[in-house]
Design a protein around this ligand. Sequence first.
Ligand code: ADP
Length: 601
Amino acid sequence: MPLRPLPRHFGWLTPAIAVLALALGFATFQFSEERGIDALIERGRQRLDLYEASLEREIDKYAFFPATLGLERDVVDLLLNGGPDRAAAINHYLEQLNQRAGSLSIYVLDATGHVIATSNWNQPDSFLGEDLTYRAYFGDAIAGRNGRFFGIGTTKGEPGYYLSSPILIDGRPNGVAVVKVSLEQLEQSWTTVEAPVFVADENGVVILASVPSWKFTAVRPLDDRSRGELARSLHYNARPLPPLGLLPERVMPRRRAELVDLQRPRDEVAQVFPVSGRFLAQTEPLSGNGWTLTVLSPYGDVASMAWTQAALAGLGGAFLAILAVALNQRRSRIHERLRAREALQRAHDELELKVEERTRTLKAAQDELVHAGKLAVIGQMSAGLAHELNQPLAALQTLSDNTVKFLERGLMQDATSNLALIGELVAHMGTLTSQLKSFARKSSGTPRPVPVGRAIDNALLMLDRRLTGGRVTPDISVEPAGIAALADANRLEQILVNLIANALDALDGSVEPRLAVSAVKSGDRVQIVVADNGPGLTVDARARLFEPFFTTKDSGGGLGLGLAISAGIARDFGGSLAAIDSESGGAAFVLDLAAAQLTEA
Ligand code: ADP
């Protein structure tokens, strides 16, 4: 079906479909984004658990080291009694222990915070004898607690995790054992994952990060006071602690996550994984030390996926809407067409009914006309009839009077011949009246074979008086003799009477009147021609011949029904009546009928 432009009342459609597409796109974006965030959070949580476990495992490996050192008798002995030999022995012991444990350094502080033995005793950067009272892990341990501290070494500037325990003598802390471990290996294993991760300590300073440049940046801005304190304790060994650059965009408390924008210097962007842009941040506190572990999942994929799906949904929605409209239009068009077809069918049926009704009325009117025509002919003929009957009546009167006289005189012979004449006259009058009766009767109308010759004879007989009285002798020919036409005898005679009577009328003033009635069979048709050599037909007459009530005759002369009725009858039998110019100069009428086979024996 060719695409038609939408009707005008569909003008609201385009904006409606646009709104629908936008709404669908928006809803899909929301849905897709939420689903994407959910998936990110799920994966982020798994990572958090994994990193937390690995970090704790790494630290736990060394957790009991300082405490077990406090159980060494030699260490306690050194604390109690001192002496270079004891110190040298412990130094060696700590050096070996450090090597085997894979820690950065192991050392022992006395109650005043001075290093009295250390694994790096023979190194150039050895801090043997150094005062470390400013370190928080010393304060914690000497107060009887286990110390945990991430910091940067003051001598080598090496970052490390310090674990400290008090060395108890008689139940009181008399010294401190410290192990410093590196978490660098752990950090290196983190750099291989696609989502950055970092650990911030209790001050909000990044101490471990999968992106090296993030280390020793501040997650949250540090105020001057805490900056001063950190400087004093040489906690980060005078590092500048610039901000990490995390800008919170959307907090999602129910999901314990945050959408953040990470603003990092350009040179960092060329890393393996994204280190700049929008991330979904998930932070989990680590047990026991006030640290937090944060996993950043790149958010870009979620957003672009949501955009793509929103665009697809919007386009899809618009497509479906257009499809629905087109289908609906098509359906209503088909519906319309069906309705139109039904209306047409109804109109057609109605028309057929009307035509049928009209035909019936017309037929009835025609029958009436035929009847009226017959009556008109009778009227026309009544004068002749009166004359026709008056003559024999007058003769009868005379004959009967004479017969009475003959009988009175006993002249039986004369009386008998008179009575025979009377009988003949009565028979003649009977023929006349019976013909008249049959002519006036309405015919049944069912065509049957009618011998054409007999119909011509009967017609001429009906007009006998005019013919015998006049000067015209009809010239009759039937070729071949005995042909029959499909008609009704009465009505065929009626047509012929009309045509012959018209011819006789036309011949009224002729000097040498001639009338020819001929019947010819050609193929399955029979043509009966009534021709005269009268004045012929005028142009006006020829145009209106078959109109009812068209007549050129004086009032009382004709009703103008004869030809109209005759043509109607001819049509009824499947034939036709037409006027032509006669060869002899006057008018000729051709009656064309279907030829028939005579069935009578
Ligand atoms: P009517 O005879 O009552 O006038 P018709 O219908 O029979 O009615 O004829 C109509 C008219 O056709 C006649 O009045 C006459 O003018 C013309 N007409 C019919 N037959 C002939 C004929 N043979 N020659 C000339 N005119 C004729």
